[in-house]
Design a protein around this ligand. Structure first.
Ligand code: GLN
Length: 282
């Protein structure tokens, strides 16, 4: 089979899973990664037959895509704020909205030396690593419950040449807070999807992304935000700021958790116009 025939097969098979635009984007990502070909390269090289290794990678990838495996887990990489992150099924794939969250924090921190940042829920490490990269003088502690995720985030910090203090910790357990200092910034994109809403998610999310990163108990969907609020009462410095990503339908309720404890809050929209971020200070 030639490259062009493979390409047509991809477009044809994936259209039942993805929109037209996504199908083209996913196909381009796979071709670029495994064959080193861009879409325009296909004009001049489309008639060629890939070697054995490439053709088997293209076949296996198509099978995986048909099983709703996200393309980032197939290539093992995701791009976030211009940086490359290794990802696997143990970590959430970094989302573009989260880039906006990080940008808010970086803007607040930039130029300051020695400020202390706490990130809750490392995942791939995209938040703490990007903060450290773009607001260099700060110290970042990132806590995570999953050992498998921590292995990935530590590898990503090394690959991106930044020094982050990663710590395995169950943040929901208040006893784990006792050794933590005061912070200038607390930032998190915590799990917030009530478990019973699993069936409403895209299959590539619900079947393949890690449950621990996504779901919260139906009877307490704001559990992470409540704990962060409680923590911030004593551990956020008077001049500090909290940056949170939220479910777009839950921004008001999240902000209320904080305003009820006398924080000043602001809701910010993401670039798609959804209420996506809650920013709070004392
Ligand atoms: N901090 C990571 C991210 O934003 C992981 C978040 C999570 O697992 N809920 O991608």
């Amino acid at each position: 089979m030639t490259f062009r025939e493979f390409y047509s097969l991809y477009l044809d098979e994936l259209k039942s899973i993805y929109s037209k635009g996504e199908t083209a984007a996913v196909t381009d990502t796979v071709f670029r990664f495994f064959a080193g070909l861009s879409r325009t390269d296909l004009i001049t090289k489309g008639h060629l037959i890939p070697d054995e290794k490439v053709s088997s990678a293209l076949k296996v990838s198509l099978l995986q895509l048909n099983e709703n495996v996200p393309v980032q887990y197939i290539t093992g990489e995701a791009w976030f704020s211009g940086l490359r992150f290794r990802v696997d099924k143990n970590v959430l794939i970094p989302r573009p909205e989260t880039e906006e969250l990080v940008q808010e924090a970086v803007q607040f921190l930039k130029g300051s030396i020695g400020k202390n940042v706490l990130e809750i829920g490392s995942g791939s490490g995209c938040i703490p690593i990007t903060i450290k990269k773009y607001a260099q003088g700060v110290q970042v502690l990132s806590v995570e419950l999953s050992k498998a995720a921590l292995d990935v985030s530590e590898e990503n910090a090394a690959a991106n040449k930044v020094d982050i203090d990663f710590r395995k910790m169950d943040f929901l357990n208040e006893n784990s807070w006792k050794d933590l200092p005061m912070f200038d910034v607390i930032i998190s994109n915590p799990p917030y999807i009530p478990e019973e809403q699993k069936h409403m998610l895209d299959k590539n999310v619900s079947l393949h992304e890690p449950s621990i990163a996504l779901y919260v108990p139906q009877n307490d969907p704001f559990i992470f935000y409540r704990k962060i609020c409680l923590f911030a009462k004593t551990r956020l410095k008077q001049t500090g700021m909290i940056f949170l990503e939220v479910d777009s339908g839950a921004a008001q309720q999240t902000a209320e958790i904080f305003s009820e404890e006398n924080f000043i809050t602001k809701i910010k929209n993401d670039l798609s116009g959804n209420e996506r971020f809650v920013i709070a200070c004392k």
